[in-house]
Design a protein around this ligand. Structure first.
Ligand code: NG6
Ligand code: CA
Length: 513
């Protein structure tokens, strides 16, 4: 061997050694990464720039997309909030349990504490668990929540160590936060009373006093005026505890960051569920007028800021490489959902549903196909993936990752798709069911079948969304026809029969896993 050969031999050895080290470090993934699940309300498939929005930009959400996997076929399980959240937390389709439609503001807790939830899985694996933000899954026992006392069952009874909640929605009373088991900042001398049936107390309503409003209601939403905005339902008392809509994003983000900071030295699971971009859209003055698209666009900018705050905090604490961040939405987009907030008049060519048909409430795909990002810097290789993923599968996937066994009855519709979430596999879920009550649809091998039903074709004219209902069966080929414009049911009767049969079987079996 001459000098040159010896040299290149050793260069080759050290090169191989180096490659080996990089591979090893990539594979030496932390066993218990933190998980932050950022869940946006009513954000559409086309509402962020990494999914094609051009009229405004969402740099922080885009940052997540650049660092992780951007799924182009990511689904929540329902076209409204409560059933989507119910399914994500329990791994069970909401249509299997009655009263899982949009929960009233004083609903009892709809997740039975007997259910194993995704939070239980993390707790069993030794994580600290927290939920900050919109809940909308009911609170309290059969009598509903006791706003002036201890409020339980609630998140604590289903696996969350810490909670800071908007109990139902921003547009429903009571307009107060619930921290753990108590209304935050409540003065016992000024108790809260709530009714969804008749007027309570003597505060003005939006119906009687529209001149007092800073944002006018368009349909519904005309009961008690809180902070210049009338709501669904009547409330009295609790004056010190009432939120200021303009500050909600700051308050929730502060609580989320506080939770991360507090638990930085131990594994944690944080379900951060923003109020944005649900109605009433009343962003902080920092964001008002900034998008040029009215308050809906401004709320998107505010939501993006919240995401940035979380990412910055993780980075600052040195947790970036040890934290999986998931970003998604609970249902598709809506413009007028009850208030004149210029979402319609200042839309300016923005397309909240992207190329999809329908929106919130709809059986068409825009109801449930939503932005879906998963990032884990240093472990997940960034990419765009067309593989179908479902929020339902987070539970079984994390159970697998953490080696927490699921019993036969747990998470009956949640599949372990961990390798897909981590970018190691492109294997589609066999099928997926979408719910836009009363209608169910099923997607399998690019075919989407919407079962026939008598529901209306459209929402009310304010909301103005096609619901996807039809008395005849509908069959679309999503690969060739992403906008669901060409009903092929009559051309492919066998396909219709097969998918209707699958839907029927999944309904009857009570489980699909
Ligand atoms: C509807 C409300 C709507 C919104 C929705 C729940 C009316 C007329 N409409 O009943 O404004 O609050 O419920 O949205 O009251 S969700 O995203 O939480 O499912
Ligand atoms: Ca929602």
């Amino acid at each position: 061997m001459n000098i040159k050969t010896v040299f290149s031999f050793w260069s080759a050895v050290s090169f191989i050694f180096l490659i080996g080290c990089t591979t090893i470090s990539r594979e030496k993934t932390p066993e218990k990464p933190n998980v932050v699940l950022i869940y946006i309300d009513d954000l559409g498939y086309g509402d962020v720039s990494c999914y094609g929005a051009t009229k405004m930009s969402t740099p922080n959400v885009d940052r997540l997309a650049q660092e992780g996997i951007r799924f182009t076929n990511g689904y929540c399980s329902s076209a409204t909030c409560t059933p989507s959240r119910f399914s994500m937390l329990t791994g069970k389709y909401a249509f299997r349990q009655k009263d899982t439609g949009i929960a009233p503001g004083d609903a009892s807790m709809i997740i039975d504490p007997e259910h194993t939830t995704i939070a239980d899985i993390f707790q069993k694996a030794g994580y600290k668990t927290g939920v900050v933000g919109k809940w909308h899954l009911g609170l309290g026992g059969s009598e509903g929540p006791d706003w002036n006392g201890d409020i339980y069952p609630g998140p604590r009874e289903i696996g969350f160590d810490y909670s800071f909640l908007i109990p139902a929605t921003g547009d429903r009373v009571p307009c107060v936060f619930v921290e753990n088991q108590r209304v935050s900042g409540l003065d016992p001398a000024d108790p809260i009373q709530v009714s969804f049936k008749e007027k309570i107390g003597n505060e003005p309503t939006g119906l009687e006093h529209p001149e007092m409003l800073k944002q006018m209601w368009s349909h519904g939403h005309n009961c008690t005026i809180i902070n210049g905005i009338s709501r669904i339902g009547y409330m009295s008392g609790g004056k010190n505890a009432r939120w200021v809509d303009e500050d909600i994003a700051d308050v929730l983000t502060g609580k989320a960051l506080g939770f991360i900071e507090k638990h930085q030295k131990e594994p944690f699971f944080l379900y951060f569920s923003t109020h944005d971009i649900h109605v009433p859209r009343m962003p902080h003055s920092r964001f008002q007028g900034k998008s040029g698209l009215g308050y809906r666009g401004d709320a998107i900018l505010q939501m993006d800021w919240c995401v940035g705050q979380v990412l910055d905090k993780l980075e600052k604490l040195g947790l970036k490489e040890n934290t999986i961040v998931i970003f998604s939405s609970d249902n598709g987009p809506v413009l007028d959902d009850g208030y004149y907030d210029e979402a319609v008049t200042k839309l300016n060519g923005h397309t909240p549903s992207g190329p999809l048909r329908g929106g919130k409430y709809s059986a068409f795909d825009a109801g449930t196909r939503v932005p879906f990002l998963v990032s884990w810097p240093g472990v997940i290789e960034p990419k765009v993936s067309p593989t179908i993923v479902s929020q339902l599968d987070l539970m079984a996937s994390f159970a697998r990752m953490l080696n927490v066994p699921l019993s036969g009855n747990d998470a009956p519709d949640s599949f372990n798709t961990l390798d897909v979430f981590l970018g190691k596999s492109d294997k589609n879920r066999d099928h997926i069911i979408e719910q836009a009550l009363p209608t169910l649809s099923v997607i399998k091998d690019n075919w989407k079948y919407i079962e026939p039903n008598n529901g209306p074709k459209m929402t009310n004219p304010f909301v103005n969304i096609e619901l996807g209902n039809d008395r005849k069966p509908q069959l679309y080929n999503l690969k060739d026809d992403i906008g669901e414009t060409n009903n092929l049911a009559e051309n492919y009767p066998e396909k219709v029969k097969e998918l209707a049969g699958l839907l029927q079987k999944i309904r009857e079996d009570g489980r699909s896993r």
